[in-house]
Design a protein around this ligand. Structure first.
Ligand code: SF4
Length: 366
């Protein structure tokens, strides 16, 4: 008989599996604690469970984590992990240090799919096509493996918290795999385990309207980030083809509706690309679009990659674009380059990391 995989299960689901095995409920508490508070992912390492019972659990249940293939660190402390799933498919996870935090804390950038079907013009993941959705267990598994690796390399005790924020900005469009993403969020949010608050979790989307509506209906207090990148449909469709299906006007209506239902401030991401979306007229249109909403705007000067011909605007253009938005009263901020830059950009992970790797990787043997 196939073993029951417990990594994508909520606490209550693990509890009912345990009860189904004829065991007392408190065993579920112990297992959950070992999994997520002590980073112990083998039943044989769960010290307060009797030896014979560990054998039984191991025979009935499994804890399948993605395999760590490569771990790298950049000059700014950002860590990149290449992970492999059972059928050899690979995904990337990034952990970005929160320098403003007095303890060592990271924001972790998770993938939701292997590849992505949306084919955005500036995105390496999109160019390489879509393979499959990740399961909730695989999404949580990324976080678990990355956290374990950070703790090991930085010698951080189990009692100390390592992860402060989660962003779904890695490979894939999270709103096209929403059931698994919501399930993963339930597990990540659970105080009995990982315990990252909903307000510290961000879902970034290219603008999948049905997904935004479902998220609004879920009443979760997560942050919604919209990869906007253009203020006209023509421009946006050339950068983000799914805009032909979910164009700007209905997208903005869905965002407005999301804000009304959740009371949450939305974040817009705008990658500034030379000669494409960086004119004064673009800034004026953009200001008009976001000013009517409870929203922040993140401006991200494009980092050239091998994936496409796009260029970063010169500093003068970037400054005047920013100043124009400020003058119009937009709540605008710049995103930092490098690690934080990866955090900001939906799905540019692979392309950005390719560049990041050439220029900044230091492999620290430990
Ligand atoms: S930018 Fe995001 S949505 Fe667009 S192709 Fe890349 S991963 Fe997919």
């Amino acid at each position: 008989m196939a073993k029951t995989e417990i990594l994508g299960l909520s606490f209550e689901e693990i509890e009912s599996v345990i009860v189904g095995l004829g065991l007392p409920r408190y065993r579920a508490n112990q297992i959950y604690h070992w999994l997520y508070k002590r980073q112990t992912h083998s039943f044989f390492g769960m010290g307060n469970i009797p030896k014979e019972l560990r054998e039984t659990l191991n025979a009935q249940l499994s804890i399948s984590l993605p395999k760590m293939i490569k771990a790298r660190i950049s000059k700014d402390g950002t860590r990149k992990f290449l992970l492999e799933l059972p059928e050899k498919k690979r995904i990337e996870v990034v952990a970005i240090p929160q320098h403003r935090h007095k303890d060592r804390r990271y924001t972790i950038c998770l993938s939701s799919q292997v590849g992505c079907p949306l084919r955005c013009a500036f995105c390496a993941t999109g160019q390489s096509g879509f393979e499959r959705d990740l399961t909730a267990g695989e999404i949580v598994g990324q976080l678990v493996v990355a956290e374990r690796e950070i703790r090991k390399r930085e010698k951080i005790a189990h009692s100390e918290k390592v992860l402060s924020n989660v962003v779904f900005m890695g490979m894939g469009e999270p709103l096209l795999n929403l059931d698994a993403v919501l399930k993963a969020i339930e597990i990540i949010n659970d105080e009995r385990g990982i315990g990252i608050g909903q307000r510290h979790i961000t879902i970034s989307t290219a603008g999948i309207i049905p997904g935004i509506e479902m998220l609004a209906a879920s009443k979760l207090q997560v942050t919604l980030a919209i990869s906007l990148h253009a203020a006209t449909d023509e421009q946006r469709s050339s950068l983000i083809p799914v805009n032909r299906r979910f164009s700007l006007e209905p997208l903005m209506e869905a965002v407005n509706d999301y804000i009304r239902k959740t009371g949450r401030r939305v974040t817009f991401e705008y990658v500034l690309i030379k000669g494409i979306n960086d004119s004064a007229a673009d800034a004026v249109r953009l200001a008009k679009m976001v000013n009517s909403l409870l929203a922040n705007l993140n401006l991200i000067p494009y980092n050239p990659t091998d994936v496409c011909e796009f260029q970063r605007p010169d500093q003068e253009t970037i400054n005047s674009f920013y100043a124009l938005l400020k003058n119009k009263g937009v709540n605008v901020t710049f995103r930092e380059e490098m690690g934080a830059d990866i955090e900001a950009a939906c799905g540019q992970l692979k392309g950005r990391l390719a560049r990041y790797k050439q220029e900044n990787d230091i492999i620290r043997p430990k």
